[in-house]
Design a protein around this ligand. Sequence first.
Ligand code: 5GP
Length: 205
Amino acid sequence: MNKKLSNLKKSFGKIIIISSPSGAGKTTICDAIIKSNKHIVSSISYTTRTLRTGEKNGREYFFISKAEFKKMVKEKKFIEWAKVHNNYYGTPKNLLDKVLVSGKKYILLKIDVQGGMNMKKQYPQACMIFIMTPDIKTLKKRLIARNKDCKEAINTRLNNARQELRYIKKYDYLVINKKLDDAIDAVKAIIKSLEYKIDKRTYNN
Ligand code: 5GP
């Protein structure tokens, strides 16, 4: 491709941010996306929350203590971090840096809306996708059905969800997860479209 033309698309969409209230299907959708596209790598965050049954340290998250987390914050090891549902979560800088210079891959971040807003400020070209169930009632049903959290945690997650919905307008895309396969297809289509997106930052007539 002509260099001038390829420059227009150079670095768009390298960072894909996916946010959603807890229980809206973000993890399942992201897992399907990662499996289907070898050009996407998933960032693994650090968290101070305890492991859930079936989780493995270094796969879903790196599970660390509050003291270790604080140390990493101090050492500026995170590109962003936030307190979510009474626990700390942070996106490590190292993998993101590697992907950004590699010139090839997309990096997918499954982070909350605070993290989403923080990343948008730092990387305005990031592709921001919000996933939600058709309504809060469905979200509650799913949180109960997945049987991962106690009643108190479910209520915290639902209250947080109401706050999180306010941020939808700050995102580029909203995918309603009514039928899982349709939602996965929608996210795939959004990511596919990034290949054709023009990076306006490099466009100066
Ligand atoms: P969970 O404990 O259910 O895995 O995640 C709780 C919330 O924390 C989810 O909304 C998830 O996307 C968010 N989260 C996970 N990792 C990070 C991170 O590195 N940064 C931020 N800001 N949020 C995160």
